[in-house]
Structures are given as C-alpha cells and as structure tokens.
Write a new protein. Sequence first.
Length: 304
Amino acid sequence: MSAIDRVRVQERSLGWHERASERIRQSERVRALFLAGPGGLWLLLFFLLPTAIVFAYSFARRGPYGAVAWAFTLENYARLFDWLYIRVFLVSVWLALLTTVICLVIGYPFAFVIARSPRRWRNALLVLVLIPFWTNFLVRTYAIMLLLRADGLINNALQWLGLIDRPLSLLFTPFAVVLGLVYGYLPFMILPIYASIEKFDFTLVEAAQDLGANAWHVFWRVLLPLTLPGVLAGSILVFIPSVGAFVTPDLLGGGKVVMIANLINQQFLTVRHWPFGSAISFVLMAIVLAATMLYFRIGETRRI
C-alpha cells in the first residue's frame, strides 16, 4: 500500500470517528432534553409564567371594582416608600432575623449533642427533631394558641405556682409570633448543622487543646469556622420562610402583628388591589433573593 493510500485510509477512519462522536453527542443531547423536558415544562407553566403575570400586574393600575387596568405605572412601587409599608417590611425582616438567631442559639448545641451522642441514640434523637413534621403546621399553631391564651396551660401553671396574680398577655403579641416561628422552623436549623458537625474531624479539637487553646478558642477558631456551611444553610432555610410567613403571624399575631405575607394577602383578597399586591410580592422576592445571594457569596468566600 502506497503512502497516499495509507493517508486516505487514515482520513476515512478519522471521518468515521468524527461522525460517530457527533452521533453520540446528539444522542446525549436528546437524552438530556428528554430527561429535563418534563421538569422544565413544569417550571415554565407553574413558576415562570405565573411570575411573569404577577410582574406585569405590578406595573398596572387598579380598575373599578378591583379589576386590573392595563396602564403602565410605577405608582405601585413608589407607594412602598410610605412609612406604613416600610414599617411592615422592617418588622418582617426583624422578626425573621430574631427567629433565625434564636434557632441558631438553640439549634447549634442541640445538633452538637446529637452528633456527639453514641450511634445507638443518634437516630432516636433525630427522630425527635423530625416528629413536628408529622403534624400539620396549622394544627401545631393552634396548639401554641391553646398554650398561650389567658386560660391556657402557661398562665394556669404560673398562677398555680403563685408567680403571677392575673393572666399574662402572651397571645396576639410579637412574642407569640416569634415563638411560633421558632417552633415551626427550628428543625431546619438543626439538621444542616448536624450534617456539618457529623463530618467534622474532632482530632483538630484535640490538636488545638494540646496547643493550649481553651474551650472558647476551640469553638470560635476551629469548630465554628469548619461547620459554618451548615450554619449558613440552616440560617437561610429559617430566614426565608420566616420573612414570608403568613399563618403564624395571622393566627398568633391576631391582626396586631402584620408581616409582608399578611399585607400581600390583604391587598389581593380584601382590598382587591392586585397590582399593589404584586409589587409587594416582587419586593419580597428581592429580599429573599438578596438573602440567598449573600449565602452563596459567603459560602464561596469560605471555600476560597
């Protein structure tokens, strides 16, 4: 076989390999499209499309009898600068931050105890954390109302012990709302922190102690930085649903504690001002998105 024939054979072989590789790539693209298609269609129909509709509503006007008048305006967003609505946003963010901090203070030691417990007890403790999920959230909220009302268990116990003369006003207060939020979302803080602590190499603690570090320095400089991903994940999982909570402030706040979700519900169902309710919804989405971006930014900084 001459050199020219060998070159031609090599070219045909290369061309066959290229065609085969292209067919494989096309097959992989079709398979990926087939697998991602149903999920993408679901997101398009039930997330992106409704979000786009609400976004369009936020620039419209309120028509007669609660109808939507399609006239472009920024009035709905400008109205949010009224102190009445700014206060609602500040209260919502403050209560969500307070809930997150309390869940962190309670959840971190609890997660640490679970992670350091003998393996035969670990699963039982995790089940105790998950038990609240077996009961409907609304039922749990009503249970807290029974505990906090004037003739509830807490006031009756305090009066029986002689600590108070008359019932305390516990229900329909910010305290009741925060208590309900902490009770509802505490497991979301415990589980991510537990996952981080379980993977932690405790020989690093022994090394720090051998170098003269006390318990505080061991926690602050060794344990906390290496379990920070779990802390950040738990914080974002608690903060996001807390800032957009509706049932808890509605029932435990009794209309005296108004959060963003309650304001949105009021605009859509009571006032029937859908454009303004849509604008509030998008501002709430912006707050949630900012919190999520901050979480990922801090996570990337810690990895670097």
